[in-house]
Design a protein around this ligand. Structure first.
Ligand code: KG4
Ligand code: ZN
Length: 350
């Protein structure tokens, strides 16, 4: 079965063709970074207009790359929640028009859930991974979301933790802005933090614990970085942001942010072990999972707990439509197809 996936929830217009749930035949992502760069963040009206202009050319491109015609598409999937409502509506409208004209099923997929599916996707000759075992623990860290899930199947998600303030990617982007790094902040901060000579212990930034909760918080860390970089309001001033100081601030911020994320993963793994229902697989997804330090720390956690880790390739961590089409395969198998009354929803399902 070949599923055409569409993704327009934020500032990436994407389309992909995925066969049998895991084999990516083509995946095209048109980033709008250049459109939003001067504003330092995504401008919703600009995003939805750009999606409207780009969505059909992107569908044509993904078909051309796979060497397929629309007649080969068995179902159409679309990320219909959560996201910017104007942006979501463009994808949902395009998906409905395509499904209606092709007379195929249509499936609305939760974008946050789909991030956790990205580790299953395979390209070229790469062999399929062994199927995930349940229950699985899922960590989603992106620009808009930071959550922990318990999964009992690819269609049964229970959120067991979430950020109480900033999303992790949002914190990276704001930290990068404080350090005067170019947009998009997260990848640039990551690159600086791993550059030669960076000292990740130069600043002792707080790692949020929140008692024994599985929730996350990044606002205290962001404020600590702001004060270290620019001085405390009304009292101390900070030394100038020299290249070395900026690099060490970036590395110290990244160390504390990653420690806050992995602390909650460990806590969830420990709690499940104590309840005699241990997690069988660890899933990770979202833009921040392409962070070099977080990837190696998650690999270390997986080894420590001897729990298999599904870590998506970096280009499937960021927003893409292959993860939407892939997860839709399981939604269809579970009888969760939608009809042409499918709507966009700015909020996540769970
Ligand atoms: O998943 P995504 O593409 O979009 C959302 O669903 O939000 O994630 C984008 C976020 C941005 O905040 C970006 O700065 C962050 O992921 N990000 C990173 C890295 N690459 C992307 N953050 C830290 N290190 C990275 N290497
Ligand atoms: Zn995303």
């Amino acid at each position: 079965m070949i599923i055409l996936g569409l993704e327009t929830s934020c500032d990436e217009t994407a389309a992909a063709l995925v066969q049998d749930g895991s084999r990516v035949l083509s995946s095209v992502v048109a980033s709008q970074t250049d459109l939003h760069e001067t504003y330092g963040g995504v401008v919703p009206e600009l995003a939805s207009r750009a999606h409207a202009e780009r969505v059909l050319p992107i569908v044509r491109e993904t078909l051309a790359q796979a060497g397929l015609g629309l007649g080969m598409v068995d179902a159409v999937a679309v990320g219909n929640r959560p996201g910017l409502i104007g942006s979501l509506l463009v994808g949902v409208s395009a998906a409905k028009a395509l499904a209606w004209s092709l007379n195929t099923p249509i499936v609305g997929v939760d974008h946050v859930h789909a991030h956790l599916y990205a580790g299953v996707l395979r390209e070229g000759d790469v062999a399929d991974t062994t199927p995930a075992l349940w229950p699985a623990l899922g960590l989603v860290v992106s620009g808009g979301h930071t959550s922990l899930f318990r999964l009992d199947s690819w269609t049964t998600f229970t959120r067991i933790g979430a950020t109480i303030d900033d999303a992790m990617g949002e914190a990276f982007d704001k930290a990068a802005a404080i350090l005067n790094l170019p947009f998009p902040g997260g990848p640039n901060l990551d690159a600086l933090a791993r550059s030669g000579g960076a000292n990740d212990r130069a600043f002792d930034f707080p790692v949020s614990r929140l008692g024994d909760s599985l929730n996350f918080s990044f606002s205290g860390l962001k404020t600590a970085l702001l004060y270290a970089a620019k001085g405390t309001p009304g009292s101390t001033s900070a030394p100038p942001l020299s290249p070395e100081r900026t690099r060490d601030l970036a590395a110290s911020f990244q160390r504390a942010a990653c420690a806050a994320a992995t602390l909650k993963v460990r806590r969830a793994l420990n709690a499940a072990r104590a309840s005699a229902m241990p997690f069988q697989t660890l899933l990770a997804g979202g833009g921040v999972i392409s962070n070099s330090r977080l990837r190696s720390e998650l690999l270390a956690v997986a080894a420590e707990y001897t729990t298999p880790l599904s870590l998506p390739a970096p280009h499937f961590c960021i927003d893409n439509a292959a993860m939407i089409a892939g997860l839709a395969h399981h939604c269809l198998a579970a009888g969760l197809a939608d009809g042409l009354s499918l709507t966009a929803n700015p909020r996540t399902a769970a």
